[in-house]
Design a protein around this ligand. Structure first.
Ligand code: AMP
Length: 184
């Protein structure tokens, strides 16, 4: 498997824009729209993800609402696999199963269609993907939801990791974690 060169990583990082105090004071929002609109950057990234995952025994790619849909759907198409959305509560139209997770204040919930991973395999392999891992709460809930749905989360993949938050600590207990770019 080819790894990204230091220059390619630097190019990708440079294309992610920092928006201070969004959506609330104290948060530096990592804006990936500036990466997506640059075909060279998006191309480096998608080539790398395709190369990493093309030999793995993946049956579905599952993306987390909402920026995980962009990378997940593009990757699923490149791998010739199905794409499954994991959505915020109340957004999916068919029967769902959900998983609650704790926020700083209160709870949130993500959902998946009950038949999302129905196929001819008893326990299909699912690659989970999102744009960013911060505290890891959303992704850990998503990996638990995949398990509850009767599938196996083969890996959780993030374009960007805020590694000072150590958000992958809990997640690593249930699935391997791969982060393309780290912010220290
Ligand atoms: P967490 O559950 O704390 O790991 O948060 C991850 C989710 O929130 C992902 O779906 C991210 O898209 C989003 N998110 C959290 N922090 C940021 C940030 N600083 N910049 C952009 N997105 C973020």
């Amino acid at each position: 498997m080819e790894t990204l060169t230091t220059e390619e990583k630097a190019y990708l990082l440079e294309k992610i824009r920092d928006i201070p105090d969004f959506p609330k004071p104290g948060i530096i929002f990592k804006d990936i729209t500036t990466l997506l609109k640059d075909p060279k950057a998006f191309g480096y990234l998608m080539n790398h993800l395709e190369d990493r995952y093309k030999e793995m025994d993946i049956d579905f790619v599952a993306g987390i609402d909402s920026r995980g849909f962009i990378f997940g759907a593009a990757l699923a198409d490149r791998l010739g696999k199905g794409f499954v959305p994991i959505r915020k509560q109340g957004k999916l139209p068919y029967t769902t199963i959900g998983e609650k997770y704790a926020l700083e204040y209160g709870f949130d919930e993500i959902e998946i269609h009950i038949d999302a991973f129905a196929c001819d395999k008893e326990r299909p392999n699912v690659l989970l993907i999102d744009d960013l891992i911060a505290t890891g709460g959303t992704a850990t809930a998503a990996a638990n939801l995949i398990d509850k749905s009767g599938a196996n989360c083969i890996e959780a993949c993030f374009i960007l990791g805020l590694d000072f938050l150590r958000g992958d600590r809990e997640l690593k207990k249930i699935t391997p974690v791969y982060t393309v770019l780290e912010v220290h």
